[in-house]
Design a protein around this ligand. Structure first.
Ligand SMILES: Cc1ncc(C[n+]2csc(CCOP(=O)(O)OP(=O)(O)O)c2C)c(N)n1
Ligand SMILES: [Mg+2]
Length: 625
């Protein structure tokens, strides 16, 4: 066997640079692409000398990007992979200690959302010779614990490489996991700084890995037979499309299935854009953030066919939305397929939908059910136009109008927003409004991180989307609170020449949480900025446009929705990152969503809390248990 003398870091970087993936595109054609889209890194002690030396040597084959915060640069990497339906990744490298633990939240984001990212935190010396080094946490009771152990519960593969040749097993295992559709998630290879720099005899084969492919596991014959029997018994079936439809690129199979059998579709946050917004059988958003017409049909369905969804509480109304229905779950991951005593069909979504067809020949939903869904879907689109364009003028604009103006600004330029734009968000009032109201015509044009719903994902996520889909408009819609939590990758977007449009909705606080607080019986407290000024404090006055400008973006504060639309037209024509700020109200939202379980205190001196608790206990009786 031919070998070459390399440091562990050099072998790692050369392997990553050489990896190729067979990527499937939206139109179905495939091409061989670099698997790793680049490395985000902030250097410090623990990665600058070892990994840094290897990265600079390979910079022609594998690009290194500098960012401003470890958590958010990892968010950008995660968004990159989500926007490419998990087919490509980025790696993220940090120093030891705070650099590493800054990235733990991002690891959790990727873990919850089943998204691949290769995390490469630096670690303390394997030899322990200079201990304790700067930033070493020092456990009194466990000699082998370091800050990097925080990654264990939030990664799907964790390894600490204490010898250079460990890279030969650790890296292929991490990649195997990230390219396995069922187990896909974040991998963490923690790299002690001395080991990064140690040399070993690296087999040359390691530097020329084979082409990667996602596998598509078919269904088991017996599970398939049960699934067919269940669907054949259904008169009022409803498909819940989840993120798995997108990751499996099963949109054409889903469309064929629903059109053949007359089955209406509702979409989770993860699954939105599985069907075009104007498909006659697409009822739109289901659940807590759903629309009333979709939720009404969910309450009457006799079989809910969950395709590629984790069935989280926002989708199922904390399991109280469709307790009457029998559940069939098609999922590549048995953990998900087996949830809530449903009938499991473990398979790739696209393959599984295809396999069902033989057994379902001649079967269709009741014609009245299908017709009702079609009427609802048609009426829904008029309703959405109404909600997003015709708000009362006696108060500040609300999120729905902002969504309408952002969308319609494309029309002014003769563009189709549904095709052109990727709308991105993660937390606050906006996810519910976007879920209900955003119109996506192509898969992936709705990019919502609503697994971890991590404030601070937004601006960085917009950067990752632009890097993955340069031909599209990356539009970040973000609340003032989430923007304040993490915004520094705005500067990175300018540094890297990756244009995005950021629309900040400034309602002066944590609007959605205040509404939740009041709904659960408490007074508004500690959420809106004006309620949080102690004696001697100063009323908050953040100039978001000036803030964004200071980082290099073009930014304007618009006074109303008409100005917003005009600013959006200009922003679309610009080539560099644009920020538009608009004052909004948190007192107005669209309705339609179903109950969500939030625990209300059992005893309280407040009448409102007691009332909320009584309602809470009543709502719980509807839950599937
Ligand atoms: C990192 C993180 N911390 C806290 C929360 C809880 N949380 C969810 S939304 C929200 C407020 C968001 O405020 P803003 O972005 O201004 O949106 P608004 O609700 O005002 O529309 C908070 C505190 C969260 N989701 N993520
Ligand atoms: Mg706000």
């Amino acid at each position: 066997m031919k070998t070459v003398r390399l440091t562990m870091a050099q072998a790692l970087v050369k392997h990553l640079a050489a990896l190729r993936m067979e990527v499937e595109h939206l139109d179905g054609h495939t091409s061989i692409e670099p698997y790793c889209g680049g490395v985000f890194t902030i250097f410090g002690h623990g990665n600058v000398a070892g990994l840094g030396e290897a990265l600079v040597a390979e910079r022609e084959r594998l690009t290194t990007y500098r960012a401003h915060n470890e958590q958010t640069m990892a968010h950008a990497a995660i968004a990159f992979s989500k926007a490419q339906f998990r087919q490509r990744i980025m790696a993220v490298s940090t120093s030891i200690g705070p650099g590493a633990t800054n990235m733990v939240t991002a690891a959790a984001v990727a873990h919850v959302n089943r998204l691949p990212v290769l995390l490469l935190p630096g670690d303390v010396f394997a030899t322990r010779r200079p201990d304790p080094v700067l930033q070493q946490i020092e456990s009194f009771g466990q000699g082998d614990v370091s800050a990097s152990d925080c990654f264990r519960p939030v990664t799907r593969y964790f390894d600490r490489l204490t010898r250079p040749e460990h890279i030969l097993t650790a890296l292929p295992r991490a990649i195997q996991m990230m390219t396995d559709p069922a187990n896909c998630g974040p991998a963490c290879l923690s790299l002690p700084q001395d080991v990064q720099a140690m040399a070993f005899d690296c087999p040359e084969d390691f530097l020329n890995p084979g082409v990667l492919r996602f596998r598509r596991p078919p269904a088991d014959e017996r599970e398939l037979a049960h699934a067919v029997a269940l669907l054949r018994s259904a008169k009022r079936p409803l498909i819940v499309a989840g993120g798995g439809v997108l990751y499996s690129q099963a949109w054409a199979a889903l469309r064929a299935f629903v059109e053949t059998h007359g089955v209406p579709v509702v979409e989770s946050h993860g699954g939105k854009s599985s069907l075009p917004w104007d498909h006659p059988l697409n009822l739109g958003a289901i659940g807590v953030d759903g629309v009333s017409w979709a939720n009404d049909m969910a309450r009457e369905a006799d079989v809910v066919f969950a395709v590629g969804t984790r069935l989280q509480d926002f989708t199922t109304g904390s399991h109280a939305l469709f307790p009457q229905a029998k559940l069939l779950s098609l999922n590549v991951q048995p953990y998900d397929a087996g949830k809530w005593s449903g009938t499991a069909l473990v398979a790739d979504a696209r393959v599984g939908l295809g396999q069902l067809e033989t057994g379902l020949a001649g079967w269709a939903a009741d014609t009245a059910w299908t017709a009702r869904a079609q009427q609802q879907a048609a009426a829904a689109n008029a309703r959405i136009t109404e909600l997003t364009t015709n708000a009362p003028k006696d108060m500040l604009p609300y999120d729905a109008e902002v969504i309408g103006a952002v969308r319609d600004s494309a029309t002014e330029l003769g563009l189709d927003s549904g095709i052109r734009d990727v709308a991105l968000c993660a937390a606050g009032t906006l996810p519910a409004e976007l879920h209900k109201l955003w119109r996506a015509s192509l898969p992936g044009n709705y990019h919502m991180e609503y697994g971890y719903s991590c404030m601070g994902y937004e601006v960085a996520g917009g950067l990752g989307v632009k890097m993955a889909r340069p031909e599209q408009e990356s539009i970040v819609l973000v609340g003032d609170g989430s923007y304040m939590m993490a915004n520094s990758e705005l500067a990175t977007s300018l540094l890297l020449g990756q244009k995005m449009i950021v629309v900040i909705l400034d309602n002066r606080g944590y609007g959605c949480i205040e509404r939740l607080q009041i709904k659960t019986g408490s007074p508004g407290f500690n959420n809106m900025l004006d309620d949080c000024v102690p004696e001697g404090g100063e009323r908050s006055s953040i100039d978001f446009a000036m803030h964004a400008r200071s980082m290099g973006a073009d930014a304007v504060h618009v006074k109303d929705v008409a100005e917003l639309k005009a600013a959006m037209v200009k922003a679309r024509q610009a080539t560099r990152t644009q920020v538009i700020v608009i004052d909004t109200t948190h007192h107005r939202t669209t309705d339609g969503g179903c109950w969500w379980e939030v625990a209300v205190p059992e005893v309280s001196g407040r009448r409102e809390v007691n009332e909320a608790h009584a309602n809470y206990v009543k709502a719980q009786t509807q839950q599937r248990i």
